[in-house]
Each structure stands twice: as C-alpha cells, then as structure tokens.
Design a binder for this molecule. Structure first.
Ligand SMILES: [Zn+2]
Length: 235
C-alpha cells in the first residue's frame, strides 16, 4: 500500500491484479482508497483522483456530518425538517391540546406539549403531526396521477420504514409511504408516490418500468439523487 495526497486529502493506493481503477470513500470517517492495476504509474492515479475530487469531497462530507450529528432530543433550538426546509424547534407548554404550529416567517416549528413532558412524548406529538400532514397531502397527489396514469390506488398508508421510501402491494392496490418523507421536499414525496403507482402498471424495476418513469417524470433521477443526498442531513 502507498499513499498520495491531493488537496489535503490522503488517499491510500492499493495495487492489485485488476484492469481498472476503483475509488472508495469508506465509512465511518470518509477514508479514501483507490485500488489500481499493478503497473499503473502514480501520475495516472493522481489524475484519476483529481478528476473525482468533487465526488470524494461530497462523500467525505456526508460521513463527517453523520459522525457529528447528535441524536435529536426534541428540545428548543434544534433544527427539524418539514417539507424540505429546516426549522428551529421551539418547545412550548400548554394545558390544552398538544399540537404543532409552523411559523414560516420566523422559520420556527412551535411544539406545544405538557410541561414536564419526556423526550419520547415530545417526539410522539411531532411524529403524529408529520403523519397527519402527509395524510393531508397524499390524496391530492394520488388523484392527480390516477388521471394521468389511468390506474387506481385502492388505499394508502403512512409508516416509518428503515430501508424504503415506499412500497406497493399490486394485489390489493395499496401503497405505503415512508413517514420520513414529511421532512423532504414536496417533489420528493410526489416522486415516491408516482414510483409506487407505476408499480400498478409494472411490478418490476425493469426497462418498461423506467420508461414509464421517464415519461411521467422526466427529472426523476435528479429527485432520487436529492433524496439520497438528504438522507443524512435530514434526520
Ligand atoms: Zn419500486
């Protein structure tokens, strides 16, 4: 193993019996590694690494942010996301209904809870608010796309999922949308609804599926990338 340095970033170079170079940014701390053919000169590796510098930096930043992001405690002053925008959480006490109010001018989410509420209780009020907001938003999106796509969604649900943004049961015509999408931009939510609805036409992620996606939403790849980029920044 050898090491090169580009723009202050150390890159391990491992020479192997391979044909092409491969670049890795490794979790948890964003270490960078290049595997390269045995006979390739250092200069060629430097050129390759330099051409990928933006990509390397982006992925390193992602790991570093993840490492530094503290767990949310649902306390005043924290940043919480709603519809793709960050808001400052403001915890207030109430003896009437526990609720959430968004103040767009002040960039605040006011969370009204009982005095002495626990972190879990505060989290629950906010989570249920996210759920109710999605449940208000989704029917309009489904209705719009049912007309365009000529399919029928029998029912939908919202739940927290760890590995998927949405799922579709083509036998029952039911789609599930990840609760986390309440924190993402409207176009991310719409993209996931359209993706799941496209499964009502085509079950598999095959050519036919993607040609429908290209037709319905020509910029879907860009939106998918937005979702990927935000998955760590937004918790
Ligand atoms: Zn799918």
């Amino acid at each position: 193993m050898s090491c090169i340095k580009i723009d202050g970033i150390e890159i391990e170079v491992i020479r192997k019996n391979i044909k092409n170079m491969h670049l890795y940014v490794l979790p948890p701390d964003g270490r960078v590694r290049i595997t390269a053919p045995v006979k390739l000169k250092d200069a060629a590796i430097r050129i390759f690494a330099t051409s990928k510098l933006d990509w390397i930096k982006k992925h390193r930043a992602k790991y570093l942010a993840q490492k530094m992001q503290p767990e949310k405690r649902f306390e005043s002053g924290e940043i919480h996301y709603y519809q793709g925008k960050g808001y400052i959480l403001n915890v207030l006490h109430t003896n009437s209904k526990q609720r959430v109010e968004v103040c767009k001018e002040k960039n605040r989410i006011n969370l009204f809870v009982r005095e002495g509420s626990t972190m879990e209780q505060r989290k629950k009020v906010l989570t249920e608010w996210y759920r109710s907001k999605l449940k208000e938003q989704i029917p309009g999106i489904i209705e719009k796309w049912e007309k365009i796509m000529g399919v029928k969604v029998k029912s939908f649900g919202v739940k927290l999922m760890k590995t998927r943004w949405g799922t579709c049961n083509i036998n029952t015509g039911r789609i599930w949308i990840n609760l986390e999408l309440a924190k993402r931009s409207d176009r991310c939510l719409e993209y996931i609804v359209v993706h799941e609805m496209t499964h009502l036409i085509e079950k598999y992620h095959n050519k036919r599926f993607y040609s429908y996606m290209n037709m319905f939403m020509p910029d879907w790849k860009e939106i998918r990338q937005e979702l990927k980029n935000s998955s760590i920044a937004i918790q």
